[in-house]
Structure formats: C-alpha cells, structure tokens
Design a protein around this ligand. Structure first.
Ligand SMILES: Cc1cc2nc3c(=O)[nH]c(=O)nc-3n(C[C@H](O)[C@H](O)[C@H](O)COP(=O)(O)O)c2cc1C
Ligand code: SF4
Length: 484
C-alpha cells in the first residue's frame, strides 16, 4: 500500500508556521504542498481530546500521551540524575492520560546509545519504582510504560561508537565505522538478549508500570532487524524471520511478566538515508536500497509502502501487543522524516521538504494503521511542528479516528502543560510553544545534556547553554565556504 497523495513539490520549501495567521492560511499552505491534514477550526476543551479510553483494563483520562524523550543525563552507572527526575516530573505535570516509555532504558550496558543513558544496574528496581512514582503522582494519574531498548548500530556505551549491527549496510556502516562482520550480532546473542528484555520487564512490572514498550524504531537494533533481508539464520530473510526477534521478545515478556500490557513503538515506515547536499539541503541516497530497502519504504525510498508494516502489526496484535506507538525513520539517517523541524540539528541538513509534509506523512501512515486495527490502542507522533495548530489537528485526528492518542515529544520539553491548558480551555502560552530549533538534539550531539535551551529557563540559564552556543558557532563556521 502506498500513500494516496504525493505531497511535496520541488519548489515547496518551508514556510514558518507563525506566518500562517489563521486556519485559512494554514489550509492554503497544505493545499500548495499537496499535503493533507485534518483540522478543526475550534478546539473544544470537553471534546474528543478529553474523551476517556479503556486500554488493557485501565481507563485513560484523555487522549494526550507524552512520548519517550531521553536527556543524555543519567549517571555513568545508568541511574536517574536530578535532571532525569525533573524531566519525568514535568511529564507527569502535563496532565496527559498516558506516558509512553518515559525514555529509552537500555536492557544491557553495552546497548546504551550514550554513556549517560539509563540502563540496567544493581539498583534498577528502586530506580524504576522512583521514576514510576514520579509519573503516577500526576493528576490525572497517567497510565505508564517503560521503553526497553538496545541501541544496536548506534550503541556508544563509553562515548565512541561501539556498533552492534543486524546486517551490513552499504551506507550506514561507514557512518558508524563498521568495516567487518565482527560487529554483527549473532543469532545466539539475540537469543540471550531476549532474556535481558525480560529481566528489565520484570523489574518494570514490580515497579508498577502498566506496560513495557519493546522498542522497534529509529534505527536501533529492534528496528534494524526488520530490514535485515540479507541476514541469514533465524532473525533475517523474509518478514517472519526479520520480525522473529520482536515477536519472541513480546511472547517472552508476556509469559514472564504477565500483569504487564505490551506496547511496541514502531517506525511504521522508514525512508532511504539522506545526507547534506552541496547547498546544505538534505539529499536522498537511494542507491543504498540495493541490498537494504528500509522497512516500510516505497521502492524509491522516498515514501512509504505499508504492506509489510501492516502484516507485522497483525502478527504483533496476534502475539498480544495492545498498544502501538507509530513513529517513522531514524534521527540518524533521515532526521527530517523522524522529527520534522524548521531548524536542523547541527549534524543534520536543511529540510528537503516543508516539514508540514513530514508531519502529514506520519499522520497519514498512522491513520491507515488505526483504521486497519480498530482494537489496537494507536498513539501517533510528530505533532510538535504544528505549533499553534497542534490542538486543532490533534482534535480532528482523534475525532476522525486517525489515532486514539496524540503523542507529544519536543512540545513537552518546552511546554509540558500544553495538554492541561488545552483540556482546561486556557489559551496557548505562545512563548512556550516549541519552534523546532533542534537544540534538544544539537546539545547531545555535542556531548551536552539535552533540554529546551531556547525556551526552558532552567536550561537557558545553565552553564551548558554557553557551551552549546560555542558548538553551534563552530558548526556554522565549518559550514561556511572559506574566504580570502
Ligand atoms: C531530545 C529528544 C530525545 C528523544 N528520546 C527518545 C527516546 O528515548 N525514545 C524514543 O522512542 N524517541 C525519542 N525521541 C523521539 C520523540 O519521542 C518523538 O518521536 C519525536 O521528537 C517526534 O515527535 P515531536 O514532533 O512531538 O517532537 C526523542 C526526541 C528528542 C527531541
Ligand atoms: S530545543 Fe526546545 S524549541 Fe527547540 S526543538 Fe527542542 S523543545 Fe523545541
């Protein structure tokens, strides 16, 4: 199945959302782009977003979810720091009915994406109890899940890349320094890794989380396996083989931690890798597709084809998954697809399309999944770029059945109480609206903790803010052509 519209036009570069003064201007812009988004002109505080929903025996208070967001700010031994506690406390203050994952929690120290990612450690159970209690102190009390991960190709447990890959990739290997088969994860290692997922799931169960997310997105191991067509053995080849790791993990968690519901955060489609062109604008590398067609990508790698993802979701639902969070692509190989932004992170590229097209692509794929699987609780992503129009689109999506919940990522870093304001009928606080400056991504790319440096006074006034400004200046200078 391919998308019904071909949204982007080559001449359609980004227009700032704040320039789109009213709903007519917003709709006109979509029309120019050939993109489709549902939009309600008025937001009703008691309307669709305030609706409750029964999920896995729990009644969710409303249709907002907080998406997982790590901060590169745990302790070196994988435990929460005060920065982690502050972030989770703000997630709870959002008023959202569900907190999906909190942040990526590595099931093995070697699978951490950075040396400050949370990961299993001797005090994990106490840590998870504390973090879950922070979330559950929210009013309304959210349904909570923990995101379980192994970073695979993007593992950097000590800082430098220490990739473990599902298969050799013609483009991505060079980006993380893979030049031999020695870093291929063996089938036996994957068998053992399932046990690590189960171990942390049991701790999450004891800590009172309602579900765990067996992460399968953003280029990390669980996601990379889904495109491991060239891999031999049990965990590659056809879709059954490529999804075996995910399905076995779900089944094992189900049997060993039976009181937990199970979610999967899935990059429901991916695109081919991009790189900055000479003009700084992202350009696709479709040649990479010869042996490595991204999961859920069309043949040219520029759009989605949901045939395989829909078949996978059917298998997952059959295996007992009751929550699905749709996302797309990877923040490493095609960040404009994963988190549409006006300003790219320092290691990215200028958006090759109006970011509204990226938002529309993710919402469209989510709608198709939701309509095919009406019994699954489906949480969408990539709404933050909508800025002032977020509540208007969110309400229309839920009203039309395009998703059950609206997941918020970056917007919660800048404006954690947006759900509470929308549901309380308060006007949006425009000064807090995320403008997709990408500093929360640029900072960790430069070894600093993540946070909303432009808007959240806590980070704006921090010592790291100066270091971030220096890093951005260096990146700008490096991008400028030499003169004189
Ligand atoms: C700073 C930062 C940290 C993130 N950490 C995670 C994570 O730990 N796990 C995950 O699945 N996604 C993570 N994401 C992706 C977000 O959950 C979300 O998919 C993305 O930001 C798009 O949603 P948005 O448009 O609302 O921001 C992160 C994003 C950002 C900006
Ligand atoms: S740094 Fe703040 S404004 Fe920029 S993308 Fe992140 S949350 Fe949004």
């Amino acid at each position: 199945m391919t998308p019904p519209t071909g949204p982007s036009r080559a001449d359609a570069r980004a227009v700032k959302i704040s320039r789109l003064r009213d709903a007519d201007a917003f709709l006109e812009r979509l029309d120019i782009l050939g993109a489709q988004l549902p939009l309600d002109r008025e937001v009703d505080p008691g309307g669709p977003l305030a609706g409750t929903l029964e999920v896995a025996g729990t009644r969710l208070a409303n249709r907002f979810a907080v998406l997982p967001m790590e901060g590169w700010d745990g302790t070196p031994d994988g435990r929460p720091s005060d920065l982690v506690r502050r972030r989770w406390g703000r997630f709870a203050a959002s008023g959202a009915g569900l907190v999906w994952g909190g942040e990526a929690y590595a099931v093995q120290a070697a699978g951490r994406a950075n040396p400050r990612q949370l990961c299993i450690n001797p005090e994990s159970e106490a840590d998870l109890c504390e973090l879950n209690a922070l979330l559950r102190a929210g009013d309304p009390q959210p349904f909570t899940g923990l995101q379980l991960t192994h970073s695979g190709r993007y593992a950097r447990p000590e800082g430098p890349p220490a990739p473990r890959v599902a298969y050799r990739h013609p483009v991505l290997d060079a980006r993380v320094g893979v030049d031999s088969d020695a870093v291929l994860m063996s089938d036996m290692e994957l068998d053992d890794l399932i046990g690590d997922y189960v171990r942390v799931a049991r701790l999450a169960e004891r800590a009172g989380f309602g579900f765990v997310d067996v992460k399968a997105c953003h280029g990390y191991l669980g996601h990379e396996l889904l495109s491991a067509r060239t891999r031999s053995g049990s965990y590659g080849g056809d879709l059954r083989g490529r999804s075996r790791f995910l399905r076995r993990t779900v089944e094992a968690v189900r049997s060993e931690a039976p009181s937990l519901a199970i979610g999967v955060r899935l990059s429901v489609f991916d695109l081919c890798p991009f790189e900055p062109g000479e003009d700084g604008i992202g350009r696709p590398l479709p040649d990479a597709l010869r042996d490595a067609r991204p999961f859920g990508a069309s043949e040219d790698g520029l759009s989605f084809d949901l045939d395989e993802p829909l078949a996978l979701v059917e298998m997952l639902e059959g295996a007992g998954v009751s929550l699905l969070c749709t996302t797309a692509g990877s923040p490493y190989s095609n960040p404009h697809c994963q988190r549409p932004a006006f300003y790219p992170p320092s290691d990215g590229y200028q958006p090759p399309e109006d970011p509204l097209v990226g938002v529309a692509r993710q919402l469209d794929a989510t709608r198709i999944v939701k309509q095919r699987f009406p019994d699954l609780c489906v949480v969408g992503s990539a709404y933050s770029y909508l800025q002032e129009w977020l509540p208007h689109v969110a309400q229309a999506v839920v009203r039309e059945g395009g998703a059950d919940l609206v997941g918020l990522g970056r917007m919660v870093l800048s404006y954690p109480e947006l759900p509470r304001d929308v549901l309380g009928g308060a006007p949006l606080r425009r000064a807090l609206v995320c403008r997709t400056f990408s500093d929360c991504t640029t900072a960790p790319r430069n070894g600093l903790v993540s946070g909303c440096y432009p808007i959240d006074p806590f980070y704006k006034q921090s010592r790291a803010a100066g270091a971030l400004a220096d890093a951005k200046a260096r990146a700008r200078a490096a991008a400028e052509p030499a003169t004189g």
